[in-house]
Write a protein that binds this ligand. Structure first.
Ligand code: CO
Ligand code: CO
Ligand code: CO
Length: 349
């Protein structure tokens, strides 16, 4: 941590604590009003599958993967914020099975009222994460804005036959999640001064961890579908995977890794608006156990920033992939399975 400034960066955000994106229902309503895109056979993954990134074929053995993400500060330390923004943006390339290559910074900053050191720290944090990922910064764009925002557009490459989308999960697959959830509730708690230094460090570490190791480890396995868990929460992204693959999912609630004290903080009311929106959006697609209360249901929908990969792997390979991930230091857990019943539906058990 390098925050020598007294300013509480998260307090400059006018919105909820998770840098929330616009909900899928609201966005879909806007997109429906636009003329349909001109079909292009080289667009392998576009807008219609709610996937992590777009994939465009350049030749028979090469496609580019493109993604963009930016948000308001979710931690007070500017260097960490830069790291988180970079790890989060690059993640969508990993989730598609791609190798990230280049990045562009997207900066909104109140350059006349806020210490320029803060911006320098944000950019340094992002730069160090890009270096760790082997990604080259090629440029960027900045505007003067009351509310600081930062993110990146990232481009990667993938073989057109090796794209991992939401749409390939099969009956008998197992689901592996590679980071704990509860990030939205924890970061909302940072804004409310409810966390200890250790707790802030723990959730920051979850968010700054690249999905690189997880992605490289899954490469040699029969992974049928993959996404990363971010703004729409575990159940939101799981629903997209279930719908995209036309399968049902089972999530074993006891096996989902959750950051310490999340339940307690949620009970104290530290639940981001985005988390409740996520719940409202997926409620009809999920059957919760009768004994599960509203708080635990919200936790499974908690809006995540820079979350883990949700991997649908052939059932017989799941244990081996899980142990390889754990050996490589990834906080992976086996959290569910894929069924042919109830396509598009999730049963939490
Ligand atoms: Co994503
Ligand atoms: Co994204
Ligand atoms: Co994907």
């Amino acid at each position: 941590m390098t925050n020598t400034n007294t300013i509480k960066l998260t307090s400059l955000s006018t919105k909820g604590g998770c840098g929330c994106k616009i909900g899928p229902a609201d966005l879909a309503a806007v997109i429906r009003t636009l003329p349909p895109a001109v079909p292009n056979p080289d667009l392998l993954v576009g807008l219609d599958t709610s996937d992590d990134a777009g994939v465009y074929r350049l030749s028979d053995d090469l496609a580019i993967v493109q993604t963009v993400d930016f948000f308001t500060p979710i931690v007070d330390d500017p260097y960490s914020f830069g790291q988180i923004a970079a790890a989060n943006a690059i993640s969508d390339i990993y989730a598609m099975g791609g190798k990230p290559l280049t990045a562009l910074n997207i900066v909104a900053f109140p350059i006349h009222t806020l210490d320029k050191e803060i911006l320098a720290d944000i950019l340094r944090g992002a730069g160090d994460k890009l270096k760790e990922a082997g990604v080259t910064l090629v440029g960027g764009h900045s505007i003067d804005d009351k509310e600081p925002k930062f993110g990146l557009a990232v481009t990667g490459i993938v073989h057109p036959d090796k794209v991992r989308t939401n749409a390939g999960a099969r009956h008998g697959d197992k689901l592996i999640l590679t980071k704990p959830i509860g990030v939205g509730i924890m970061t909302t708690s940072i804004k409310r001064d409810l966390l200890t230094e250790e707790e802030i460090a723990r959730v920051t570490n979850v968010m700054t961890t690249l999905n690189k190791t997880a992605a490289e480890t899954m490469e040699s396995y029969n992974v049928h579908a993959c996404t990363d868990v971010t703004g729409f929460g575990l159940l939101g992204h799981a629903t997209e995977l279930a719908k995209g693959s036309n399968t049902g999912l089972r999530i074993y609630k006891e096996q989902v890794p959750i950051l310490p004290r999340v339940r307690e903080l949620a009970e104290a009311g530290a639940i981001p608006g985005g988390t409740k929106n996520n719940y409202a959006h997926i409620e009809k697609n999920v059957t919760f156990p009768e004994t599960m209360d509203q708080i635990d249901q919200w936790i499974l929908c908690d809006a995540v920033t820079s979350g883990g990969l949700l991997i649908s792997v052939a059932g017989e390979e799941a244990e081996s992939l899980l142990s390889d991930l754990q050996k490589a230091g990834v906080e992976a857990a086996l959290i569910g399975g894929v069924t042919s019943e109830n396509p598009g539906h999730i049963i939490v058990m």
